[in-house]
Design a binder for this molecule. Structure first.
Ligand SMILES: Nc1ncnc2c1ncn2[C@@H]1O[C@H](COP(=O)(O)OP(=O)(O)OP(=O)(O)O)[C@@H](O)[C@H]1O
Ligand SMILES: O=C(CO)[C@H](O)[C@H](O)COP(=O)(O)O
Length: 296
């Protein structure tokens, strides 16, 4: 598929590292002089923080303790599909932000001259005209539910999927350090989200074009008592291409460029954790260049 307004979606669970991967993409966009519109998946939550608390309470009173940010009831999947469709056709659409903390509030209040608080959304804004592509980063970039199919509008789908113990360690650390939640509250959220995690988050990784799966090489068997996030040197990254031919992936070149990498399957290359950023740039920059060159 080659479209006038391509859509790149990076999808992963909460704490997987999609925001971190966004930085690797920002390097590519800057270097290649690409002007993207960036969509943060959390902006498609259905409720602000106070409303979500209330919705969870009401669901709980009806015996549903698994009402979560991972599922369809708490997100605007139809609106996300509509945005992808509209942008893909015309390069236009509306976006907003979900404010997680004081830093983000200060940033958006400065930009909008507003008085928004953590847990609130910014107002919907028109996407500026003239962007080269849409870059989505969040929970649901390749989601499907009922008649809603976000995945079918995506030109390049990337999964960011640390092995689950590592994902949990990353989430616990990030939510505690940057969002001020206690370890108990974070674990409660993870338990609440588990059915939606299985039903809506993981199926997306069979629809992606490329998955980056970080695996630790240190013991993470009890993620709930971990004292640190394993470092890049203490991990490897398994990179799997659904269809290497589609993007003309040259594994011999990748093996040469990425020191200490190896192939574990015909479509899978394993690289040292410290090489994840480099691997992303070497693999993704030509694919993105190609998407833009083939624009209709
Ligand atoms: N490759 C990595 N190596 C080391 N730490 C990482 C890596 N990727 C992510 N982390 C750490 O994991 C935590 C979660 O990452 P990040 O905030 O990018 O997750 P996320 O997927 O964007 O989550 P959310 O969708 O909830 O915002 C952060 O503390 C980040 O520094
Ligand atoms: O999982 C998340 C995003 O991927 C967050 O938990 C979600 O956005 C809600 O944020 P908060 O708990 O800060 O209100």
């Amino acid at each position: 598929m080659s479209k006038k307004h391509p859509i790149v979606a990076v999808t992963g669970s909460s704490g997987a590292g999609t925001s971190t991967v966004k930085n690797a993409f920002e390097h590519i966009f800057r270097r290649e002089h690409i002007n993207p519109v960036v969509i943060e998946g959390d902006s498609f939550h259905r409720y602000n923080r106070a409303e979500m608390k209330q919705a969870m309470k009401e669901a709980g009173q009806q015996g549903n303790n698994h009402f979560s940010h991972f599922g369809p009831e708490a997100n605007l999947f139809e609106k996300l599909e509509e945005l992808f469709k509209t942008y893909g056709g015309t390069g236009a659409g509306k976006k907003r932000y979900y404010i997680h903390n004081d830093d983000e509030a200060a940033h958006h209040n400065g930009r909008l001259n507003g008085n928004l608080k953590p847990g609130e959304f910014t107002p919907w804004e028109d996407i500026a005209p003239g962007t080269d592509l849409m870059f989505y980063e969040g929970l649901h970039g390749l989601v499907k539910h009922g008649d809603t199919d976000v995945a079918r509008h995506v030109d390049l789908g990337i999964g960011v999927v640390p092995i689950v113990n590592l994902e949990w360690i990353q989430k616990i650390f990030r939510d505690n350090a940057e969002r001020g939640y206690s370890a108990e509250a974070i674990v409660d959220t993870m338990l609440r989200r588990m059915p939606d995690y299985v039903n809506y988050i993981t199926p997306q990784f069979s629809r992606t074009d490329i998955n980056f799966q970080r695996i630790p090489t240190v013991d993470t068997s009890n993620p709930f008592i971990a004292r640190d996030i394993p470092t890049p040197d203490e991990s490897m990254v398994v990179i799997r291409f659904r269809d290497p031919k589609r993007f003309g992936v040259d594994f011999v070149y990748l093996l040469n460029m990425l020191h200490d990498s190896f192939m574990s399957r015909r479509n899978t290359i394993v690289v040292p954790g410290g090489k994840m950023g480099l691997a992303m740039e070497i693999i993704l920059a030509p694919i993105i260049r190609d998407l833009l060159e083939k624009r209709g």
